[in-house]
Design a protein around this ligand. Structure first.
Ligand code: TYD
Ligand code: MG
Length: 468
């Protein structure tokens, strides 16, 4: 019986299919299967003469371990997201849309690492750009004097051979993993098999020689890093670099980190001289606020350990269409539908026939449920044309019956608001007593969404809404 020599692998989820199909059985994606040669992997442990397993010595959970050594770049926003610096022998995947600034960020990072106090030796290997293009960027960033080793290569064999022949570097950047190939595989660069094999070889090398490996990965239009799942579990940390192309803000977010917290973000601003750190993102996100206008509420959010204040904007307008438009930027559209439904069913605010636009100003993507109340405030304000007081921040989670639920870290949120000159806060009713050293912000506690409608619309909600 002849055995299949190839199989079809989904380029999104990595599911293998014996036959071609239009749709992946694993993730349901259309047209994502690519033929790849089947690499035989011997199953099970065969008895071979002389090969005997080593007996493992089991240890207790308790014990002394050395703190991890870290390679610190001095770019605080980058180091924090990486968990306090790059760990020797580890692999980090930096993902993001094409053109978002990954190459710029990493060139700046290696330049800072190589010139900083520790003077780590750094190599930057580009498979996408020629040496001249990288040099041009370095000159633009004013980094051409940094002692970074530059190469343009795509063959993993060449890279491995070069890394073995020289003294082990401290940090190696591969830009990008999708351009790399291993010559004993038939598939084209960028396919799951190639991405996986290349990454595997490079990660093994990093472990053996003790350098920190940074892999750049492009994100496909669906928002996953190509060869995604396979890469994500092979590396020690996954950082995503996000932002709206038209905005100058860029956010570096840790989505996985074996050596640090995963909910940290680093905020940068893309300028004509590269990426600049933003030490106080709230001030920047709120910089363009224009006094009291209806349809805007300031959300006191948390990104990791850091409080971040952003403005949530809503627009409600009459719709000529049978199914009115709903457009959301920077928040979850399913969550918006839920808030709209609760406003309608529990508070009588009829927005079903209206077009609703929601926008988180500045290009930040908010994922906290604590943003519900700020979204509701912006919507009520837009619908009633009454502004939310402009010295006021809002946060709280909304339940399906319209109840407002407490959220974590309220004090940190309030402190940040106080620091930026806010004097009051709309927040969930407190459970128990207030913490010591609590902020002096005036608290308007909301138990049910109805109270928020009354507070913002300024009078009995039902009457107001009939007029609207
Ligand atoms: P790049 O780092 O090449 O993105 P990626 O590697 O993620 O594809 O950055 C691309 C964009 O950044 C490009 O459109 C130009 C812009 N840019 C600046 O605005 N300022 C700068 O100093 C640099 C180097 C790039
Ligand atoms: Mg690039």
């Amino acid at each position: 019986m002849s055995r299949n020599k190839s199989h079809y692998v989904c380029q999104l989820c990595g599911t293998s299919h014996p036959k071609w199909a239009g749709r992946c059985e694993g993730c349901g994606e259309w047209n994502s299967l690519v033929e790849e040669a089947l690499v035989s992997t011997p199953g099970g442990l065969k008895k071979t003469s002389g090969a005997k397993g080593r007996t493992l010595e089991f240890q207790s959970l308790e014990g002394q371990s050395q703190p991890l050594p870290r390679r610190v770049s001095g770019i605080a926003e980058f180091d924090r997201v990486a968990g306090g610096g790059l760990v020797p022998g580890s692999a980090v995947l930096v993902g993001g849309d094409p053109g978002i600034g990954k190459s710029t960020l990493l060139l700046q990072a290696v330049a800072a690492l190589s010139t900083g106090g520790d003077a780590v030796s750094c190599l930057y290997i580009s498979g996408e750009e020629a040496i001249d293009q990288v040099r041009l960027r370095a000159r633009r960033l004013g980094l051409e004097k940094a002692p970074v080793g530059l190469a343009s290569a795509t063959s993993v064999r060449d890279i491995a051979a070069s890394l073995e022949s020289i003294e082990a570097p401290g940090v190696v950047v591969i830009d990008s993993i999708q351009t790399m190939f291993v010559d004993n595989l038939d598939s084209a660069p960028g396919t799951v098999a190639q991405v996986r094999a290349s990454a595997q070889a490079l990660i093994k090398l990093a472990k053996e020689r003790g350098f920190s490996l940074i892999l750049v990965g492009h994100v496909t239009k669906e928002g996953v890093i190509a060869g995604p799942k396979v890469l994500e579990h092979m590396v020690d940390a996954v950082l995503t670099f996000e932002g709206e192309r038209g905005h100058q803000f860029r956010i570096l977010r840790a989505t996985k980190n074996r050596f640090g917290a995963t909910d940290e973000i680093g905020v940068f601003e893309m300028t004509d001289r590269g990426l600049e750190e933003v030490a106080n993102p709230s001030a920047l996100f709120l910089a363009d606020r224009k006094g009291e206008v209806s349809g805007a509420a300031v959300f006191a959010g948390m990104e990791g350990t850091r409080p971040v204040l952003v403005e949530v904007q809503a627009l409600v307008s009459a719709s000529p269409m049978a199914t009115p438009r709903r457009a959301v930027v920077g928040w979850d559209s399913a969550r918006l539908s839920m808030v709209l439904a609760v406003l309608e069913a529990r508070c009588g605010l009829m927005l079903g026939g209206k077009e609703v636009y929601l926008n988180v100003a500045g290009g930040l993507k908010v994922s906290e449920p604590a943003c519900d109340l700020a979204v509701a405030a912006a919507l009520i304000s837009a619908a009633s044309d009454n502004p939310v007081p402009d010295d006021c921040v809002v946060f709280g989670e909304i339940g399906l019956s319209g109840e407002v639920r407490a959220v974590g870290q309220s004090e940190a949120r309030l402190k940040e608001a106080e620091k930026l000159g806010f004097t009051s806060a709309i927040l969930p009713a407190a459970r128990g007593r207030q913490a010591k050293g609590a902020s002096k912000l005036q608290r308007r506690e909301i138990g049910h969404l109805r109270d928020l409608v009354a507070l913002i619309a300024g009078r009995a909600p039902q009457r107001r809404l009939e007029e609207a």
